[in-house]
Design a binder for this molecule. Structure first.
Ligand SMILES: [Zn+2]
Ligand SMILES: [Zn+2]
Length: 175
């Protein structure tokens, strides 16, 4: 679900990329405005935890999982910024285009942006399936504190996380 204005082509390409990695149907939902109560005027950022609640409140289709995608910069109070956030074993996750697209400064190639968003989307959705942060080299569930680390990863789970995901999906099948 786009939160605020997001280029529809980016959403289409992200939908296609995520569909290649996840065993269920991914649809682009109608956009919703960013909720003003999650905006922090001094930080000029949106509180990602508030956006997760907003996604749940606005999921008219009662989706299996809901991934918010926004161009706004996100934060949680203990960090300067976050690339995204998710509910561990919950339903909602959110990712931001702001840092991956060059933080309002130098624009990165569209392909790079899509790759970054795909990795962030898989990582945050992984949390909703109960996956924690993983220390296996290259695993997409590893924590990336910056874009350089994110760029080194493939959009893939390690064999350990893959088994955990398969178990989760067997016990909680998509409806
Ligand atoms: Zn994480
Ligand atoms: Zn892993």
């Amino acid at each position: 679900m786009p939160l605020g204005p997001v280029d529809p082509e980016i959403l289409r390409r992200l939908q296609k990329a995520l569909s290649r990695h996840l065993p269920f149907t991914i649809r682009v939902l109608p956009p919703k405005p960013l909720p003003p109560q999650t905006y922090h005027v001094v930080r000029d950022q949106y509180h990602s935890t508030g956006l997760l609640e907003y996604l749940l409140d606005n999921d008219d289709e009662d989706s299996y999982r809901i991934l918010g995608v926004t161009a706004a910069d996100l934060y949680i109070p203990i960090f300067t910024f976050v690339f995204g956030e998710a509910q561990l074993e919950g339903k909602a996750a959110v990712i931001s285009l702001f840092r991956p697209s060059g933080a309002g400064a130098a624009r990165v190639p569209r392909q790079t942006l899509i790759q970054r968003l795909t990795k962030l989307g898989l990582h945050e959705l992984g949390h909703t399936f109960g996956l924690g942060h993983c220390r296996q080299p290259g695993c997409i569930m590893g924590f990336s504190e910056n874009l350089a680390k994110l760029d080194l990863k493939d959009p893939e789970l390690c064999s350990y996380c893959r088994v955990l995901l398969e178990d989760y999906l067997r016990n909680h099948p998509p409806t």
